[in-house]
Write a protein that binds this ligand. Structure first.
Ligand code: CU
Length: 508
């Protein structure tokens, strides 16, 4: 990553280190409540729980000693309410846009989809990692303006996993998520039930994001400084919010806990670790449980990626542990001296069977370049997927139920987390290549050995780090639905500026 490319520290910016740390309790987002059963799409035979979630502006403190910040939320909390879903039990969610008609963060009208003739405020919800029909997936152009609503059906026919929902409106996704439009969507199933993992109060979600905050406690999006061209290639903040609070603390008992961690940063890659040599045992990744737990000292999470971990605090009774990202303090964990009851939960040695998709089953390999377009004269700098802009004809058209290998050839200096909607996939490998050569000849010349994915990534994924100057290969079965979806970089500034493409699943 080009570390500070997009960051402008302003005089009015808050130095988070000036705040008293660990005075706010870690908020736990409320649970989403269904309003009863409704008929699904006019089919009287199918009924599903119906939820109604209102997108609205609130004012809430990011820290005890700051003034309330203006936030855009799902149903009045950031993160929004947590959905607790069961495999095989579909749900209807009506997303009601009751936001103001003017955006409070700087729109760049040069970006595709955010032109001046469009409403300033537009929203469409995507449940990241969900397997939903094309019309329910949150296609970026299917936005609705304030005063309108959209209802989507989520079949929940997929393995237990921690998904998350967030805004995906064309050209302003980075601003809408930055403003607070994100929440958790937890899916459970019978395999997970049998494992006796920590649950209830002992399962804690952690949504982590970095923001810039002004001295009066407001979110500040670090724009370029040019009023007509505010887009910046990357955004980093020094204020880390965990479930919407700066430097929260959480009280735990000396026993096992399960943490569901997701990276909601616009562009920052998190590198998480615990103080005091507390061990993180990773049990799951983006799309659910790993075959077996692995011990991780540091947890690397790109924007959009998730990790499911178990930590046993039994050895830390009466102590304080800190959750860090690189050199930043994120959260304090206060371990009590006593348990309320015995801890019978476990992090079992085997979790969920996992079969590798054989490479020989792939009917096609697509070589897809990640390249920078450097027209610095009038246009913003942009990164493109396979040299194509969003509005060019669809080029990736996998056949329903077929297996393909997608090979991301990243010739840029940045790592791009690539997310495919609808599907889950496995990472095959990464391999260093000569990017300079590639840019002049279009041919890949490898300069390093084949590297397998790290144990942390060796499960089902929906987002993969395409590392700089590496070829990253994934293997995907395109199952579920026909129709149009998207694949894109999850650095939100890139995604909003052409690093997103439609793809279409076609009949055999
Ligand atoms: Cu990117």
């Amino acid at each position: 990553m080009c570390a500070l490319a997009g960051t402008r520290i302003r005089a009015a910016s808050l130095n988070p280190e000036s705040l008293v740390k660990f005075v706010d309790r870690l908020p736990i987002p409320p649970l989403a409540r269904s309003l009863g059963l409704r008929t699904v799409r006019g089919n009287a035979a199918v009924q599903a729980p119906y939820y109604r979630i209102t997108l609205r502006e609130i004012h809430a403190k990011l820290h005890r000693d700051l003034a309330p910040a203006r936030l855009w939320t799902y149903d009045g909390s950031m993160p929004g309410p947590t959905f607790q879903m069961r495999r095989g039990e579909g749900a209807l969610i009506e997303w009601v846009n009751a936001l103001p008609t003017h955006h409070f963060l700087p729109i760049d009208h040069r970006l595709h989809g955010a032109e001046s003739d469009k409403p300033e405020v537009r929203t469409v919800v995507h449940v990241h990692g969900a397997k939903a029909a094309t019309g329910d997936d949150g296609y970026p152009e299917n936005w609705c303006a304030p005063g309108k609503s959209a209802t989507a059906y989520y079949p929940n026919q997929q393995d237990a996993a921690m998904l998350w929902y967030h805004d995906h409106a064309m050209g302003i996704t980075r601003l809408n998520i930055y403003a607070g439009l994100f929440g958790l969507y937890i899916l459970r199933d019978e395999v997970e039930d049998t494992l006796n993992l920590p649950r209830g109060d002992y399962e804690i979600p952690l949504a982590i994001c970095d923001r810039q905050v002004t001295r009066d406690g407001q979110l500040e999006y670090p724009a370029s400084g040019k009023p007509d061209a505010p887009w910046v290639p990357e955004v980093f903040g020094e204020a880390f919010l965990v479930n919407g609070k700066l430097f929260p603390f959480v009280e735990v008992e000396p026993r096992k806990y399960r943490f569901r961690i997701f990276n909601v940063c616009n562009g920052r890659f998190l590198n998480l670790f615990l103080s005091g040599q507390a061990v993180m045992r990773q049990i799951g990744t983006d799309q659910g449980l790993l075959p077996a737990p692995i011990e991780v000292e540091r947890l690397l999470l790109a924007p959009g990626e998730r990790a499911d971990i178990v930590v046993d605090f039994a050895y830390f009774a009466g102590h304080e542990i800190l959750l860090h990202d690189s050199s930043f303090d994120l959260m304090q964990i206060r371990v009590g001296k006593q348990r309320r009851s015995d801890d019978s939960s476990v992090a079992p040695a085997t979790l969920r069977p996992f079969a590798r998709i054989p490479e020989s089953s792939a009917v096609r390999t697509r070589e897809l370049s990640l390249m920078e377009e450097t027209n610095m004269v009038a246009e913003p700098m942009k990164m493109l997927l396979n040299g194509a802009h969003w509005d060019m004809p669809v080029t990736e058209k996998p056949v329903l139920d077929s297996v393909e290998i997608w090979s991301f050839i990243n010739a840029t200096d940045d790592t791009h987390p690539i997310h495919l909607h609808l599907v889950r996939f496995q990472i095959l490998d990464r391999r260093r290549f000569d990017a300079f050569d590639y840019q002049s000849t279009g041919k890949v010349r490898y300069t390093g050995p084949v590297e397998p994915p790290s144990p942390s990534e060796a499960g089902w994924k929906d987002t993969v780090r395409a590392d700089s100057k590496m070829v990253t290969r994934i293997i995907v079965k395109f199952e579920g639905y026909l129709g149009r979806y998207v694949w894109h970089c999850h650095v939100l500034e890139h995604e909003d500026n052409e690093m997103m493409r439609p793809y279409e699943i076609v009949p055999a």
